[in-house]
Design a protein around this ligand. Structure first.
Ligand code: GDP
Ligand code: MN
Length: 377
């Protein structure tokens, strides 16, 4: 679960990391008031959960409360990368000497926490580091051994910071480590971590992602869980499906995580891009299949639906009835291709064919038909 910048900064502050003075506002009047309180130049930062706000116009500067008022009026209610801006963080504008990148994340392969750092912080860090891989330092930390001060020495040197910044860097790194452990964070990121004109390290931007699997330990986050989900992710969760949204155009329904993943791979192999991963689970009833297929048929990004079912405890006739019902309700506007075999296959096939839906036993044949349908539609 992603936290908003203002929430992440509150936490960072609590752990002793310097962040700019700021207030959260929901209307231009509040922005005016906070800007006057801060005095001087301010930064207005859209509180949305998508990244890259700066490049998308979600971070703006103002020289006076009046200017802040006008800019806030434009920002509030607008969309940044699809997300509506409901709150802005009004902050003092910091004079930046250098923008650094520093994060702490979990490396599952290493089973360790890993600091990632770069002197090329700011809005283009990903591209820059890709071009200059030597500008990225990784420091792996065994969570059982814990944080050690020498990590900050290595980093201080890599970032070519003056030695008198060592203590500050050390306490920031230690704070990140403690945040990660205390809150079960998958990511604690400061980008930029600014070296200010007055020679201090200040987290100008903060991002924290809490591991969803540990939310039960953190009731304060638990109650916010789900606010970062899309409409369809929320519906799928209410229905109890394992559902992940992807970038493609074909909705996928399969039963069992293994078959669902294999289906993803096979589709990609054929050059078909899945729009999602939806696992209806074992023994799915006609009702569940109906809800799953309907959800996908209503999804604006989905151009066609591919259903791949292996009938074990799942019965193909149940699947077929669910598919027919969903298609009937949505008016057969989008193509649906079914591949199924196993328990009650004959009965299932008969039900689908009666409704004019083609059924395949071979995955490859089904996907070729699917691709044809996508290209045609
Ligand atoms: P992001 O684009 O969502 O990552 O938003 P950031 O909070 O990282 O802001 C984007 C960029 O705006 C930063 O990399 C800075 O260059 C600039 N910026 C943000 N806050 C300040 C500030 O207080 N002072 C100055 N000079 N620049 C800022
Ligand atoms: Mn940033």
């Amino acid at each position: 679960m992603k936290l908003y910048e203002f929430e992440a900064k509150e936490i960072a502050r609590r752990y002793g990391v310097q962040v700019p003075k700021g207030y959260v506002a929901s209307n231009p009047e509040e922005v005016y008031e906070y800007s006057s309180r801060i005095g001087g130049q301010v930064v207005l930062k859209s509180q949305v959960l998508v990244g890259g706000r700066g490049l998308a116009g979600g971070v703006v500067f103002a020289n006076s409360p009046d200017e802040a008022f006008v800019k806030a009026r434009n920002l509030l209610g607008s969309r940044i990368r699809g997300e509506i801006v409901e709150k802005v963080l009004v902050e003092e504008k910091i004079c930046i000497e250098r923008e650094l990148y520093l994060s702490l994340t979990v490396d599952r392969g290493l089973r360790k926490l890993v600091y990632l750092a770069s002197p090329l912080g700011g809005v283009e860090v990903e591209d820059l580091v890709k071009k200059h891989p030597e500008k990225l330092l990784k420091i792996a930390v065994d969570p059982v051994v814990g944080y050690r001060q020498f990590y900050s020495r290595a980093l201080n040197k890599f970032l070519q910071l003056h030695l008198d910044l060592l203590n500050q860097l050390d306490s920031i790194m230690k704070a990140m480590f403690n945040i990660a452990l205390d809150l079960d964070a998958e990511l604690v990121e400061f980008n930029p971590l600014a070296l200010t004109c007055s020679n201090e390290l200040v987290a100008l931007d903060a991002k924290i992602i809490i591991d969803d699997n540990s939310l039960f330990k953190h009731p304060e986050f638990m109650e916010k869980h789900g606010r970062d989900l899309s409409l369809y992710e929320r519906k799928a969760r209410e229905l109890g499906f394992s559902y992940v949204e992807l970038d493609g155009e074909v909705g996928v329904v399969a039963n069992g995580a293994g078959l669902t993943m294999a289906t993803m791979d096979t589709l990609l192999l054929h050059g078909v891009k899945p729009a999602n991963f939806l696992d209806v689970g074992g023994g799915a009833s006609a009702d569940r299949v109906y809800s799953a297929v309907k959800l996908l048929l209503e999804h604006p990004k989905v151009k066609a639906v591919f259903i791949n079912i292996f009938g074990g405890i799942t019965r193909c006739d149940e699947i077929a009835n669910g598919v027919v019902k969903a298609l009937g309700e949505t008016g057969f506007r989008k193509p649906v291709v079914v591949r199924m075999l196993g328990t009650n296959e004959e009965e299932g096939r008969r039900i689908l064919l009666n409704s004019g839906i083609r059924v395949y036993t071979e995955v490859d044949d089904a996907i070729i038909e699917l691709r044809r349908a996508v290209e045609a539609g």
